[in-house]
Design a protein. Structure first.
Lengths: 329, 329
């Protein structure tokens, strides 16, 4: 079976021949895969001509398959696997060639995201945002805080990221409330509720963690009105996308003191321009979209996930990472 | 039995009558204690005249008992319990009235210190010091990192603080090496070594956490030479005292890039003046001596520890928090 790996030029963590060979050695039942590699147009054209599976990066999706691309350029293609968990940049999915299934990379990010999430919560509890502001001004101003035990965290989106965060929060004795589409129970949540219950749940949040995919339903889900439903002194972590919260309203709530602090890994726009107000909003800590990328293990896990999907396909099981074009994840 | 509680004027977290009453209710076997309270000279003189036990704050030690204080001012006194775990500010112990036992507050700080320690390690692993520098300049510059699993942390001082940090580090799959005077095994350390082995251990440290008391033996224990023994790119957390490391050498090692980052909760001097170089040292994150103070539960635990010592005294057991004036802890 032919697999083509297309890396964008200059990408930080290309999927290498060495990584694929190591993965094939880990998964002897995938020995029939014959991989090819490329990072330019010629290599793509050659590779895709007989590939059944394409492994590539989000930015390559639309670029390699503009709407109306003749099916004859990739006659055998039936699966495109992307290295990102969130494929919002590929919406709408009108460009997907007929009969081709899209896989996301959900599942790579759980451990790393769990560490980022609990780090952010510990930082907010310890008052690190206020200390960071004070350090800029050379101000020594103690603020004390108790431990996390018994505090309530609301996690909006209990998938791989949110589940990883929930697991760590339980380890610190927190009460964990998960918000998910179906409200199914989750082993690391004390309660789960559907998104329709959000307005009743937000007033209970000492911490709110955003880990949902960006979809039409979650765009601006943390609106100005809902920020107002959070208790005074609440803390917010955004590991999702900048567009899931009302960024202006968040900055206003930090300025006014309604929110005690925020840690965000995402922003609108990215990269954030040097003169943007977000950089200088009080008690706002910004990281540059790194919360769930694990440089050493990322591609290893990506390949494990792809192979698990190929195995499911061969055995007639549902593909765990299949993207529903209508839902977008 | 008479207990006098002396709070310094304006202290952030005075031990209150309400807290003592609640503690007496938690410990019915302490019902014979008759407490008095004060925060000025007159209340101290009245309270100490018949008190057997004094509960007070470090800064009151020398102030209330200048060397040569007549024993007749506190004729029944036999125990002074301090609310701090580290009593280095009271050394040398030449001021202690004859026949009086000194208790520290070791044991209050473990959970809180564990949360601070793992927060600091997660921040260093995630490159938060570099991101904090970048935020000051409005610079969006991703740096990626893997998870903590398998990384080595050396913890210098495995008492209450270090033990709390060790426990959290094990929860993240780290390899934990404890340095302690006796090198006794510790349930949350993979290895323990005596301080004499420090020079051989330091080259193995991805992370070094300082949690030792400040004593003549630990002053400048992380000297300029020993900083040089750490591997390039190591990270250091100081939760002990500013004088246990060579602060100038630490700043130089961050400037040169030998160290990747530091989180410190202590400084020389405290409070750190606004124009001090430490505030602006690259990849240095400073918190103002808050790493082990838990505002909500601190006095509650202080009283539990005092009562446990009184119980040991009554039953003829060694007092768990008795300070050895020669060792200083």
């Amino acid at each position: 079976m032919r697999l083509h790996v297309q890396n964008p030029p200059g990408v930080a963590h290309p999927v290498t021949e060495e990584q694929v060979s190591a993965a094939l050695a880990r998964h002897p039942d995938m020995a029939h895969l014959r991989p090819s590699y490329g990072d330019d147009d010629a290599a793509f054209a050659a590779g895709i001509a007989d590939a059944e599976i394409l492994l590539t990066f989000t930015r390559e999706g639309r670029k390699r398959f503009p709407v109306g691309t003749p099916r004859s350029l990739a006659p055998k293609l039936r699966l495109i696997a992307f290295t990102s968990a969130g494929l919002d940049a590929l919406q709408p999915f009108d460009w997907v060639p007929d009969g081709v299934t899209i896989l996301n990379n959900r599942g790579t990010h759980g451990d790393k995201a769990g560490e980022y999430g609990i780090m952010a919560i510990l930082m907010l509890q310890t008052r690190m945002p206020a200390f960071a502001d004070a350090q800029r001004e050379g101000r020594w101003q103690p603020l004390f805080a108790t431990t996390l035990e018994g505090r309530t965290v609301v996690i909006l989106g209990i998938g791989t990221l949110g589940g990883g965060v929930a697991r760590r929060c339980k380890g610190f004795g927190m009460r964990v409330i998960g918000i998910r589409s179906g409200a199914d129970p989750h082993p690391d949540c004390d309660e789960t509720h559907p998104a329709t219950a959000l307005d009743e749940i937000l007033p209970r949040a000492d911490f709110l963690v955003l880990t949902c995919p960006l979809t039409p339903q979650t765009r601006n889900i943390l609106s100005r009105e809902r920020i107002g439903l959070l208790p005074r002194g609440a803390r917010v972590v955004n590991m999702a996308r900048g567009a899931v919260w009302d960024q202006d309203a968040i900055m206003d709530a930090l300025d006014s003191g309604h929110l005690d602090g925020c840690v965000t890994d995402v922003a609108v726009p990215e990269p954030l321009p040097a003169d943007h107000r977000l950089w200088r909003t009080p008690r706002m800590i910004i990281t540059p979209h790194v919360s769930s990328d694990d440089d050493a293990r990322y591609n290893e896990r990506t390949l494990d996930i792809l192979f698990e999907n190929l195995r499911a396909d061969r055995e007639g099981r549902p593909l765990p990472n299949r993207v529903d074009p209508a839902r977008g994840y």
